[in-house]
Design a protein around this ligand. Structure first.
Ligand SMILES: Nc1nc2c(ncn2[C@@H]2O[C@H](COP(=O)(O)OP(=O)(O)OP(=O)(O)O)[C@@H](O)[C@H]2O)c(=O)[nH]1
Length: 548
């Protein structure tokens, strides 16, 4: 059972209860029991589970409920709040300052995912405008420097290390001094791991700490150890003044839930979760978004952040859309942007209600479909790409040529052109409306969109809406629209929520295709750079395996 399954189980328990006609104390007790069992199976400490169970029961005291109270909402809110409490370390991590050198030192047992996480974090900061670099002070494991070097080159991060120096303290000092002189802002020092020798690990940590004076020391913990993470994080908290934790491999094990709650219980801040082997598989940890995501309520703030960090190139397309134009090349650019965002299943977790819907959807299938669409575009000549697609209707033989050139079928080419036609129609309708939208956005004070959306999500959560009990895991779009200011069809400065709703419905019209991640994410996050609604029907001709 992976973390997602834990969320689904809790979600199902709450939804079953709130939908049942007899919402009585007996049914409520059964729900609390099911949630507790799921948590214990995810290796959450039994004592913590008992506390959670008692707190939920106290919050929803059936004997003293006044008749007018909305039981459903009260129960959803109690479960949400208690889960947040369970994973909240109540400790603020260090925040790096721009324009200053911030030294971050990594420690952890061998194989915990330290070197991988160092590079992920350097890339994360680099994507957010920090000048980041890596120092390899792991002189213990042969090949450690080469591994870091390879990762760093792939992520385009400057690095320092030595094949000959055997003293980790000397390498760390030399590397940090060099990068400080070169005015790097995030200097990440990777140290050697030990195999179950905590004393050695902490001794070396102290020595390097002494030499490089880190602003933050991060311990990397493999979350598959579940609640055993408590002992390690407790020892670490005592040894490191500025200690924070990254929990890795949360993608593979339900025990991640146990590890998160165990670390939280020691009040050591959890800064990030490792969610896979890929460079982009690092998610900032924050209790409320984490629980929202776990319960299928999405993490809009996280989605916005993710999209912004990808620095997607939308300039040409946006310029076109403001003029009411949408060429096939624009479609191709959007398809590539979707590909850059990472596996569809991961994106889905951030979108309210979507993770449940994507249940069973195959990432490989989705990305294959996208690739074939890109191949089709790549087989077109410049004139065709810059066209509005009409030339294919006038000269259908062009389709045959392209199908042959791209190794696809004429039907697939037709589908792509239909998709394009629909989007071009939307672009035309939007035309100048988008310009107004950007103007209005400026007039709104240019506030931080990510913050606004995160606040909105918080509000949704506290209202007990969203994925839980929203009927089949879908969010309550009406209230979401209300919260966003009444929908923006009139170009009033807010995103086009009707298009968003369509996309959340994921190709509903087309019959179980892929939802439009790029457009959705852009609409939510890329207001400055402009939104891009309208690919809801994509995949309508797809495999139909979106909802098995
Ligand atoms: N699935 C998954 N695998 C991960 C994650 N983080 C790291 N890994 C994998 O875990 C393995 C060990 O990672 P390393 O980064 O080499 O571990 P390390 O702690 O630096 O190891 P030493 O240098 O030997 O101390 C590698 O195969 C990584 O790809 C994660 O979040 N999810």
């Amino acid at each position: 059972m992976v973390l997602q399954d834990l969320g689904r189980r809790i979600n199902a328990a709450v939804s079953d209860l709130t939908r049942s006609p007899n919402l009585d104390e007996k049914a409520f007790d059964a729900m609390v029991k099911e949630i507790s069992n799921a948590l214990v199976e995810a290796d959450v400490n039994v004592k913590l589970v008992m506390n959670l169970r008692n707190s939920i029961k106290r919050s929803v005291d059936f004997k003293h409920l006044s008749p007018g109270v909305n039981k459903k909402r009260l129960i959803q809110k109690a479960v949400y709040d208690e889960l947040v409490k369970l994973v909240d370390p109540h400790a603020e991590p260090f925040k790096p300052r721009k324009g200053k050198p911030n030294v971050i030192m990594f420690v952890g047992l061998q194989g915990s995912g330290k070197t991988t996480s160092c590079t992920k974090l350097a890339r994360w900061y680099s994507a957010r405008g920090f000048k980041a670099c890596l120092v390899c002070a792991d002189t213990f494991r042969a090949g450690a420097f080469d591994q870091l070097k390879q990762n760093a080159i792939r992520a385009k991060i400057p690095y320092f290390g030595s094949h000959t120096q055997t003293d980790p303290v000397a390498v760390a000092r030399e590397g940090v001094d060099k990068f400080k002189k070169e005015r790097f802002e995030i200097i990440i020092v990777d140290t050697s791991g030990r195999h179950r020798q905590e004393k050695d690990l902490f001794d070396e940590m102290m020595q390097i700490q002494e030499a490089v004076q880190p602003d933050q020391t991060i311990m990397v913990l493999d979350s598959t150890i579940g609640q055993a993470a408590e002992a390690q994080s407790r020892a670490f908290k005592e040894a490191a003044d500025f200690g924070a934790i990254i929990l890795t491999k949360t993608d593979g094990a339900a025990a991640g839930g146990g590890a998160i709650s165990a670390v939280a219980a020691t009040h050591t801040p959890i800064v990030f979760l490792g969610t896979g082997e890929h460079m982009l598989d690092l998610e900032r940890f924050s209790p409320e978004p984490f629980v929202s995501k776990l319960l299928g309520m999405g993490d809009i703030g996280g989605l916005v952040e993710h999209v912004q960090s990808l620095k997607l190139d939308q300039k040409d397309t946006m310029k076109h859309i403001t003029q009411g134009i949408f060429t096939i090349k624009d479609l191709r650019d959007q398809l590539s942007n979707i590909m850059k965002m990472g596996p569809l299943s991961k994106m889905a977790g951030m979108i309210p209600g979507l993770s449940g819907m994507m249940n069973g959807m195959d990432d490989e299938e989705g990305s294959l479909k996208l690739k074939r669409m890109i191949y089709i575009c790549d087989s077109m000549n410049e004139k065709e790409l810059d066209s509005d697609g009409k030339m294919f209707i006038e000269q259908p033989e062009r389709m045959t040529r392209i199908a042959r050139g791209s190794g696809t079928s004429v039907r697939e080419v037709e589908e792509l052109l239909t998709q394009h036609k629909m989007m071009a129609g939307m672009a035309k309708k939007m035309g100048g409306g988008l310009k107004n939208m950007q103007k209005a956005q400026g007039a709104m004070g240019g506030g931080n969109k990510a913050q606004q959306l995160a606040a909105m999500q918080k509000r949704m959560a506290s209202m007990g809406q969203g994925g839980m009990g929203g009927g089949g895991g879908m969010p309550d779009m009406a209230s979401m629209m209300k919260m966003l200011g009444g929908g923006g069809r009139g170009g009033g400065g807010m995103p086009d929520m009707s298009a968003l709703a369509n996309m959340m419905g994921g190709g509903g019209r087309g019959g179980g295709g892929m939802p439009d991640m790029s457009a959705l994410a852009n609409m939510m996050g890329g207001m400055g750079g402009g939104g891009f609604p309208g690919m809801g029907g994509m995949g309508g001709s797809g495999s139909g395996k979106g909802r098995r």
